[in-house]
Each structure stands twice: as structure tokens, then as C-alpha cells.
Design a binder for this molecule. Structure first.
Ligand code: URP
Ligand code: ZN
Ligand code: ZN
Length: 473
């Protein structure tokens, strides 16, 4: 089955050119002027942009945590992603105590059965770093897993110590794998949490006050320094503030193999949002900081001091005692109300897999902070390169997977939970005005979104085996 997209402007990380795009089956087979349309479904994209499908390298779908489960599963999360222009994502398969990495991976593959619509891969999160587990790391490459995530926070639950971090970085680097770090000092944070609870300071804003930006800056520099000693590439996930990004800038100015990601929500919100009556909506880790940090992050994206925008999509209901309608089902999943009297019991995480590209387009490209090419680089190309999927994914080029978004720069929308598709009862960006949205979305040549119409089918998404030795950007 052929599709010819005519007269659009193809936007890659480096170029914007008016060209037709010819798709045959799953691949882009030609790019150029006046391509022949015989036998093809022809789509006129005049006045629109043809972008590579977005890649979100930081998601947590149906993640069991804090007495509940993140409310998007591997079908609803994929549907929401697609409506926002994202056609691939990498989720975290988490190894829990006494499990092997292979067991963890099998558990995550099982969750996907019959559900995926977009393409997906896994990072492996190590939380019980025994010697046997560390020896198992290279086996992951045959499974298509080339990235390892460690958390320096969530003491007693997921946190690993410096011995484990250093050994894992050495092992990973020796096999061309990348170590990703959730950088917060979990030891200091746990003391601050205990003190806050003892003093009866239990409201959502106390979540922020017990996780100071210094905890992030310290852990970022520690991770980067250990990576330098291990001669390992390192990627710091969900960076929130000037003080941690400055550590990354220092590392990069010294030629270290260090890269960083931020998420859209850290560009917009600050600790005052957690003082609101519905402050639980904004409880995530690391927490929200200040308006000055928001601005610093925008500049960091523009100036290549950060390399990727991921979402850390980990949605929960604000009020999980009430059902919502999702497609033809009534859904009720316990959520942030679990911590209504105590912030330590609020499930950590926010939705965003659908919002990422539309929000970044309207407020980044639309305000002239980043170019369209930089937008593609941050949302598509850098993720593909850093995570071992380029050029199959992350660009529009002959031979690449036909993951393509026809982006209409004139489409407008006021964001609402009622006109987005993330399976939860709120949208962080409620009321914000967007200009420029995905209009048609293709995954490997299959159109899965056509305007408001959902054409995706559960089961059509494929597992992405990724290659080791990926680029350091
Ligand atoms: O609050 C968050 N970010 N929840 C998801 C888990 C994590 O730390 O990324
Ligand atoms: Zn994290
Ligand atoms: Zn995360």
C-alpha cells in the first residue's frame, strides 16, 4: 500500500524543504519534487509541515506504585501519544528485589500483550544491584535493551548507592550501553521528609520543600563525576532547575559524555502550584521549582544545554474515587486522593505524553524560543540518536520507517481534559491556547490519527530492538 504526501514542507533537525514524501508499506521510499502518485493514496499537505513521528524516551505506563497503578495502560497511553504526534516511546522495565533483569523484562513484555499501537522499547531500571544482576547487564543487548536507569532517590524502595552506580556505569560503558540517572539525593530527602512528617507539615507543597534543588544539583554532579571516572556516557533524566543544569553544562564544557533531558511541565509550573487546593495534581519527583528555573530551562533547550524533551508521563487520577468515561468503558483507578491528608502518600507523577509536542510547538516554536528544526531535534532526532534508533526513527529520510506527522500550523485548540486522550481526570495545561497541532499521524505507513478520528488498532505497535554504541550528542 502506497501513500504520497504532496506539497508539504518536510522538517528535519537540519532542513526545511518543500517536498513530496512517498511511502511504500512501512518505509519512506522517496522524497522530492513532483513524485508520481499512481496507485498511491494521495494526501495534499500544502501549507503544512511533515515531521518525523515524535519519540518519547521517558514514560511510565501501567506502573504499579504507591498503592495504585499509573492510569494509562499500553493501549490508552499509545492512543494519547499518537494524538499528540508521538509514534514511538521507551518505557522503563523495572527490576525489583530478588528478580533477574530477564524476569523484569519478561514482566514488562507481558503487560504489552495485545495492546501496543505505536512502537515501543524498554530501558531496564535496576533497583537490586547484586553482582549477579550486574553480570547480567550485557545480556540485555541481545534483548534489544541498551540503556540502564538508576535512581538515586526513593530511599528504601528504588534507590541505589554509589558503589552500585559506579560498577554499573563501568559495566554498561564496556558494552556500549548508556546509563540514565534520576538525580536527587535520596538520603537527605528522606531525612527532610521524616522531619516534615514529625512536624505535621503534610500538605502537597511540603513535597517540594522536602526535595530542595540542591538535592538535584548534588546528585547530578555526583552522577556525572562517577561517569567521568568510569569513562561512561551518562544521561540525566527530568532535569528541573538551573543548579542541576549548570552541573551538566560544566561537565559538557569539560568534554564529558553527559547529556540531559527536561520535561514540558518543568517549563511552566512552580512550587506555588502545589499551594493550590488541587496542589496534588503537581506532585511529581523531582518537584517543581521557580519561575526563574522555568526560564532557565527554556534557554537551555534553545542553547543545546539540554538535549532531549521527554515527558516522564506517569499519570494518576486526581480523584480516583470517581469514574471517567474512556472510549466505551467506565474507568476508576485510585489516584492522588490516596494522599489527601499526607503528601508522602500521593502517587508521584503527572500526565504529558500527548501534551509534549503540541505544548512545545506553541510555546517554544510559536514564541520564537526554538526553531522548528530544533523542535524536531529535541522531540525526535536526538532521542533516536542517543537511544540507538537512528536513522530508522527520528527523521524523514529515504529508508526510514514511515513514522510521519502532518502538522497543521493553523489548527487551534484550548487544552482541556475533555479534548485530550490521556486516561486521567485532569490535564495540567487546562485552558492553555495552542496554535499548531498534529493533523494526521502515521506509524510505519499506517495512518492511526486523522484529525479527531482514531484509526489505531491494539496490537499493531512493534517492539523496538535498539542498538548499543549509540551516539553521544
Ligand atoms: O514523579 C515521578 N517522576 N514519577 C515517576 C517516577 C520517576 O521518578 O520518574
Ligand atoms: Zn525519576
Ligand atoms: Zn520517570
Amino acid at each position: 500500500m502506497k501513500t504520497l504526501i504532496k506539497n508539504g514542507t518536510v522538517v528535519t533537525a537540519s532542513d526545511s524543504i518543500i517536498a513530496d514524501v512517498l511511502i511504500d508499506d512501512e518505509k519512506v521510499i522517496a522524497l522530492g519534487a513532483n513524485l508520481p502518485g499512481e496507485g498511491a493514496n494521495v494526501i495534499d499537505a500544502r501549507g503544512k509541515f511533515i515531521l518525523p513521528g515524535g519519540i518519547d524516551v521517558h514514560t511510565h505506563l501501567e506502573l504499579v506504585m504507591m498503592g495504585t497503578v499509573s492510569s494509562d495502560d499500553f493501549y490508552s497511553g499509545h492512543r494519547a501519544a499518537a494524538f499528540g504526534g508521538t509514534t514511538s516511546h521507551i518505557d522503563f522495565a523495572c527490576q525489583y528485589k530478588d528478580e533477574s533483569l530477564k524476569q523484569a523484562l519478561d514482566n514488562w513484555h507481558a503487560k504489552l500483550q495485545g495492546k501496543p499501537v505505536i512502537d515501543y522499547g524498554f530501558h531496564i531500571t535496576i533497583t537490586d544491584p547484586t553482582d549477579a544482576v550486574i553480570d547480567e547487564i550485557p545480556n540485555m543487548i541481545d534483548e534489544g535493551i541498551t540503556t540502564i536507569k538508576l535512581l538515586l532517590a526513593y530511599k528504601g524502595r528504588l534507590q541505589v548507592d554509589d558503589t552500585a552506580m559506579f560498577k554499573i556505569m563501568q559495566k554498561a560503558a564496556a558494552h556500549g550501553m548508556l546509563t540514565m540517572i534520576h538525580a536527587e539525593n535520596g538520603d537527605a530527602i528522606q531525612i527532610l521528609i521524616d522531619q516534615s512528617v514529625a512536624a505535621n507539615r503534610l500538605s502537597p507543597v511540603d513535597h517540594v520543600l522536602t526535595r530542595p534543588h540542591w538535592a538535584e544539583a548534588e546528585a547530578t554532579l555526583r552522577a556525572i563525576s562517577l561517569a567521568a571516572m568510569a569513562d561512561a556516557p551518562v544521561y540525566i533524566v527530568h532535569m528541573t532547575c538551573q543548579s542541576s543544569v549548570e552541573q551538566l553544562m560544566y561537565a559538557r564544557s569539560r568534554g564529558l559524555k553527559a547529556m540531559g533531558e527536561t520535561c514540558p511541565h518543568y517549563l511552566f509550573f512552580n512550587l506555588d502550584h502545589l499551594r493550590r487546593p488541587d496542589g496534588a495534581k503537581w506532585v511529581c519527583s523531582p518537584p517543581f521549582r521557580t519561575e526563574s528555573d522555568n526560564e532557565f530551562l527554556w534557554k537551555s533547550l534553545a542553547q543545546n544545554n539540554l538535549q532531549v524533551v521527554g515527558t516522564d508521563h506517569c499519570p494518576f487520577f486526581l480523584d480516583g474515587t470517581k469514574e471517567i468515561q474512556y472510549e466505551d468503558k467506565r474507568i476508576k483507578i485510585a489516584g492522588k486522593e490516596l494522599g489527601k491528608d499526607n503528601f508522602t502518600l500521593i502517587p508521584n507523577g503527572v500526565p504529558g505524553i500527548e501534551d509534549r509536542m503540541p505544548i512545545l510547538w506553541s510555546f517554544g516554536v510559536g514564541r520564537g524560543i526554538i526553531s522548528m528544526n530544533r523542535f524536531v531535534e529535541l522531540c525526535c532526532t536526538n532521542p533516536a540518536k542517543i537511544f540507538g534508533m537512528y536513522p530508522r526513527k527520528g527523521t524523514v529520510a529515504v529508508g526510514s520507517d514511515a513514522d510521519v506527522v502532518i502538522w497543521n500550523p493553523n489548527l487551534k485548540k484550548t487544552v482541556s481534559v475533555t479534548n485530550t486522550h490521556q486516561r486521567t481526570d485532569y490535564n495540567l495545561y487546562e485552558g492553555m491556547e495552542l496554535i499548531g497541532l498534529p493533523e494526521k499521524v502515521f506509524v510505519r505507513g499506517n495512518m492511526i490519527v486523522d484529525g479527531e478520528k482514531w484509526l489505531g488498532k491494539a496490537g499493531q505497535g512493534k517492539f523496538l530492538k535498539r542498538a548499543a554504541g549509540a551516539a553521544v550528542i
